[in-house]
Design a protein around this ligand. Structure first.
Ligand code: HEM
Ligand SMILES: *[C@@H]1O[C@H](CO)[C@@H](O)[C@H](O)[C@H]1NC(C)=O
Ligand SMILES: *[C@@H]1O[C@H](CO)[C@@H](O)[C@H](O)[C@H]1NC(C)=O
Ligand SMILES: *[C@@H]1O[C@H](CO)[C@@H](O)[C@H](O)[C@H]1NC(C)=O
Length: 593
């Protein structure tokens, strides 16, 4: 009797305890450190798989001897960034000694690329490894699997049950009040290059969902020039001397109209057929800066065809076309590393594109575009208040969908104007033009649908220490306090808002995390291209020494100037004598070391 009474007394308690613990999937706590993999076991237990992490223990948090040494010797990313962006004279010497600079470049490539799993692992529906997850390339891959569906909060266990309203977040923290120019002097020529280059592999298939892509090449495949199907490509080709179709207007070469190249392009319905230019990417008609680059690459293609044809008069149209496409792929990668990434990094160390650096390393020549890479590349703060071409100012309404601008002003005038106009700073917040704010709102909502892990988990994944507070993230107190109120805990902060709101490096376009997370995806994508592999990277692939030389000597400036009549000011940087159009602004930047 007594026993029964005691049992009945304790029963509700036991029940409570059981209900309490079984309710939470232990993996929601992200217990496994240092890249350990969390697997739930039984009803309420978990195991961390620490294989090849260099760590052991329940949570993979105890280092083996060599991991301890490596951890001790490894310079912090903050230190490396400081070293690379200071001591100009030292780099001037290092850059001159190819033995030292090659070793450094090899280190940059391997350290960065090693963070990216290759072959890829998860996707938005595969929270564990599976053949379906690996083989279905319609999915964007994921560096970290989605937050388990049964977690108590949307980001795991921290923060509130509901995330702050995306619209309110964007209005409060992302919407531009006053244009903030990028302190690195980035111009619109850079901004449109970024958009043009990345849209060949960032083409989210929203009809299927934010975890899918239409860009099945998963990298630098030049589908934005040549189209994403053989049929589209054939419509764009002249089938003579390897060339692409073109039209001559006012003495300048431009893409053909859809009358001559009948492919699907997105244009406002009011635009007559003759004015609809046809190029590889179907939406590039919407921004004159994109159509400008499309025109430049089309001219480059036909220019290279002429050079190849001269050396190989017996070659078929097909061989001339295919070889030229590989040359342009090489030129693209060369320009992206040596001009584009070089500018973006602000490094005094001179980066070089040399695939041979990796021939002595273990490196997989393949790539899969990740959701996280696509999200972090939403660099809409680059876009200015209005667009200035020659002496004319265009509002967003007048600039977008305006196909006349390119044809009326010509490539030279656009290059000159875009090179002189400041782009906005990407990091630091409150710098997205109101017309583009809906894109940021949609992005935050997609991040939630996809159940992206919280920002601090990504910090760890990229070898950075998680932020301990909002103040540490933003480097100030006011925005930090507002964020803390909305999110409740720094470990609940989301991926994209954190990347944009992180304190920028001193005098830089964005902060530590954008650099440390962007660079690995970027370099893996560039060097993972098949043309960089040992069986491709040789002169014959590019039609011989002449073609190989075109690749190896490509520069951004040559790309433009070999394809216009009069070479304008060309750079990813505004001229040094152009004023910042925002007055000297009071912005906090990360403290010097
Ligand atoms: C005035 C110029 C621009 C306009 C009007 C614009 C507009 C848009 C729109 C409407 C989307 C699709 C959003 C959605 O469907 O959810 C988008 C996506 C995107 N934008 Fe922009 N954008 C501009 C400039 C830029 C620039 C300069 C970059 C720099 C890299 C950029 C990077 C991206 C990226 C990475 C995506 C995702 C693409 C995808 O996955 O499909 N955009 N943009
Ligand atoms: C492992 O992680 C869990 C959850 O974060 C924590 O409760 C536990 O104390 C950790 N165990 C050890 C041995 O570090
Ligand atoms: C060092 O670099 C400069 C410019 O980059 C070059 O003019 C000079 O010849 C180089 N010196 C040596 C010793 O390589
Ligand atoms: C990839 O997965 C999606 C979603 O499950 C599916 O609709 C599609 O058919 C799959 N593609 C292939 C080639 O299996």
């Amino acid at each position: 009797m007594e026993a029964a009474r005691i049992i009945s007394l304790f029963l509700p308690l036991c029940f409570l305890k059981v209900a309490d613990t079984t309710a939470i999937n232990p993996c929601c706590y992200y217990p496994c450190q240092n890249n350990g993999v969390c697997v739930n076991v039984g009803m309420e237990d978990y195991e961390c798989d620490c294989t090849r992490t260099g760590y052991y223990g329940v949570n993979c948090s105890s280092p083996f001897f060599w991991s301890r040494v490596r951890k001790f010797l490894k310079p912090s990313s903050r230190f490396m960034h400081h070293a690379l962006t200071h001591y100009k004279w030292l780099w001037y010497i290092i850059n001159n000694f190819s033995f030292v600079s090659d070793t450094l470049m090899r280190l940059v490539l391997t350290v960065r690329a090693n963070i990216i799993p290759s072959p890829p692992t998860y996707n938005s529906d595969s929270t564990y490894l599976s053949w379906e997850g690996y083989s279905n390339i319609s999915y964007l891959t994921r560096l970290l699997p989605p937050v388990p569906k049964d977690c108590p909060t949307p980001t795991g266990t921290r923060g509130y049950k509901t995330l702050p309203d995306a619209k309110e977040l964007a209005n409060e923290f992302l919407l531009r009040r006053k244009f903030i120019p990028d302190p690195q002097g980035t111009n619109l020529m850079f901004a449109f290059f970024a958009q043009h280059f990345t849209h060949q592999f960032f083409r989210t298939d929203l009809k299927r969902g934010p975890g899918f892509t239409k860009a099945l090449g998963h990298g630098v495949d030049l589908t934005h020039i040549y189209g994403d199907s053989l049929e589209r490509q054939h419509h764009l080709r002249l089938f003579k001397d390897g060339k692409l179709k073109y039209q001559v207007l006012d003495g300048g070469v431009f893409p053909p109209s859809v009358k001559d190249a009948p492919i699907k392009m997105k244009y406002p319905s009011t635009l007559p057929e003759g004015k609809r230019l046809a190029i590889g990417h179907d939406t590039f008609g919407l921004v004159p800066g994109l159509m400008m680059y499309a025109t430049i690459w089309l001219r480059e293609h036909n220019r290279v065809c002429d050079i190849l044809k001269e050396e190989h008069p017996t070659w078929s149209d097909e061989q001339l076309f295919q070889t030229t496409r590989l040359i342009l792929t090489g030129e693209t990668i060369k320009i992206v590393i040596e001009d584009y990434v070089q500018h973006l990094s602000g490094y005094h160390f001179k980066m070089s594109f040399n695939p041979e650096l990796l021939f002595t390393e273990h490196f997989q020549y393949s790539n899969r575009i990740a959701v996280e890479f696509d999200h972090l590349y939403h660099w809409h703060p680059l876009m200015p208040e209005s667009f200035i071409v020659k002496d004319q100012e265009f509002s967003y309404k007048d600039f977008l969908f305006n196909t006349e601008i390119l044809l009326n002003f010509g490539v030279e005038a656009l290059v000159e104007s875009f090179s002189k106009q400041h782009a906005g700073q990407i990091g630091g917040g409150r710098n997205i033009h109101h017309s583009l704010l809906p894109v940021a709102i949609a992005l935050i909502e997609h991040g939630r649908l996809l159940r992206l892990q919280p920002f601090n988990e990504y910090r760890k994944k990229f070898g950075l220490s998680p932020y301990k507070s909002f103040q540490e993230l933003t480097g100030e107190t006011e925005v930090a306090a507002k964020l803390e109120k909305l999110y409740g805990h720094i470990d609940a902060l989301e991926f994209y808002p954190a990347l944009i709101l992180e304190l920028p490096h001193k005098n830089s376009i964005f902060g530590e995390s954008m650099v440390e997370m962007g660079a690995p995806f970027s370099l893996k994508g560039l060097l993972g291209n098949p043309i960089c592999s040992p069986d491709y990277w040789k002169p014959s692939t590019f039609g011989g020494k002449t073609g190989f030389d075109i690749v190896n000597t490509a520069t951004f400036k040559k790309l433009i100037c070999l394809n216009v009549k009069k070479c304008p000011y060309v750079s990813f940087h505004v001229p040094y004598d152009v004023d910042n159009d925002g007055e000297s602004k009071e912005r906090k930047t990360s403290t010097e070391l």
